[in-house]
Design a protein around this ligand. Structure first.
Ligand code: ADP
Length: 279
């Protein structure tokens, strides 16, 4: 379905972000891309739709070789690749519906979506997608009136509006609280399974990745240092991927987050009990 062969990226600054990355993804498979900051995760995701030009190597999506496509062919290929962004990348003053419909345009500049008239079939599809992500009653609201979690749901619906054959997801939960992060990861996972949509999720939070993604690829300094089931990721491997210091810090942070969440939940439960006692 997606085949990446010996991919390398050297930026003009001399940074070698990818050093011979190879792997394949089958139809319907979800891959979690983990690794410390600077490992090359974003570069890899962006090479796949050529928002970043790889220096060496080949990428095949089904029958087409993305890496050799000329401009027009690349535009067509990008319509087959949906992308979900960390900061949602919505047009704040457009409505939720208009943002979802703009997914039809692939990667053309957003100002075109102001003047564009959409066929009824696209509008019907956008409604169905908004229903699927639980936002149908917000269709006419402006994007800037939504919460972070709701915005990311719009981002998901927009990526699906173009009926992608591959989904790239770049740090989808980086700006969200732990509970909303889990809801968003669960939603992405469910949708990918429903559509047998191959998906790569760049995700810094390894515990979240392990919870929702079966296959994990670990990058370190531009190289694949792990590719396997999440259950095989033990302390030793995680230390190898993240380095001793980073991994210990991440574990402590996760423990602290869990403690904080449990406290909030206990507080809310106690308040509800008190309220119930008052009626
Ligand atoms: P990650 O997503 O894992 O944090 P990135 O792909 O952002 O990693 O970065 C990988 C390496 O490439 C880092 O050393 C980073 O400094 C470098 N890099 C990323 N983007 C650019 C750029 N536009 N120009 C130069 N170097 C870059």
């Amino acid at each position: 379905m997606l085949r990446i062969e010996k991919l390398e990226k050297q930026y003009r600054t001399g940074d070698r972000a990818l050093r011979g990355v190879s792997f394949e993804i089958d139809a319907g498979q979800i891959v979690g891309l983990i690794g410390p900051s600077g490992a090359g995760k974003s570069t890899l995701i962006r090479c796949i739709n050529r928002l970043v030009e790889p220096t060496v190597g080949r990428i095949h999506l089904k029958e087409i070789e993305i890496t050799s496509l000329p401009r027009a062919g690349l535009r067509r290929a990008r319509r087959r690749i949906g992308m979900i962004f960390q900061e949602y990348a919505l047009v704040e003053r457009l409505t939720v519906m208009e943002n979802v419909l703009s997914g039809r345009l692939g990667y053309v500049p957003f100002w075109r979506s102001f003047t564009r008239r959409y066929p009824q079939a696209d509008i019907d599809k956008a409604f169905a997608l908004l229903d699927r992500v639980g936002l149908v009653e917000h269709a006419d609201k402006r994007a800037d009136a939504l919460s972070g979690g709701q915005r990311q749901r719009v981002g998901i619906a927009r990526a699906l509006e173009q009926d992608p054959e591959l989904l790239l997801v770049d740090e989808p939960t980086a700006s969200l609280d732990p509970k909303t992060s889990r809801q968003i990861m669960r939603l992405i996972r469910e949708i990918c399974i429903e559509r047998t949509l191959p998906t790569i999720i760049n995700i810094h939070d390894v515990l979240l990745a392990q919870q929702f993604v079966e296959r994990i690829i670990g990058l370190r300094a531009g190289e694949v240092v792990f590719d396997g089931p999440h259950a095989a990721l033990d302390e030793e491997l995680l230390t190898r991927i993240y380095g001793e210091e980073d991994w210990t810090a991440m574990r402590h942070q996760a423990e602290e987050d869990a403690r904080e969440e449990a406290e909030v939940a206990a507080f809310e439960a106690a308040r509800e009990e008190r309220l119930a006692g008052m009626v």
